[in-house]
Design a protein around this ligand. Sequence first.
Ligand code: PNS
Length: 160
Amino acid sequence: MRRVVCPGSFDPVTNGHIDIIGRASGLYDEVVVAVLINITKKSLFTVDERVQMLSEVTASYGNVRVERFHGLLVDFCAANGISAVVKGLRAVSDFEYEMQMAQMNYRLAKIETLFMTSNPLYSFLSSSLIKEIAKYGGDVSGLVPEVVRAELQVRLNELE
Ligand code: PNS
């Protein structure tokens, strides 16, 4: 089975992420979306909440499953029979860091990284910007799934 991992923080998932996941699902037998458990990084949503939202918005793809991981991505790949990572590239500014990680993952465990150029409709999108826009009352509809828009509203109201 050809299986690929789409790793990230997904705090929260955006339409840009979904575009990459959906396109990868057409190329591979199975796409594993892996949410990083990072206790040192402050997040708006818990890992459980991020996994729940991702599961909901990828449910229509029969070959996508959502998992969580901590530690090295290459160890997660080894434990799950995965030999390739798929990443979206929004702009040249993404490339430098992504290339460094790709080369390190290959050096560590011969894990390949495939870059997919993001849909231009979403190339300006990031989870951090979405959180900032939502925090100050901006409209994020069309940029994140409806369930994420609603959850952002709830969480930001709780924090007020
Ligand atoms: O959405 P993000 O935060 O940009 O995703 C970054 C992620 C999770 C892909 C990256 O930080 C990662 O793979 N972390 C796991 C730890 C690891 O393997 N580090 C070495 C990378 S070469």
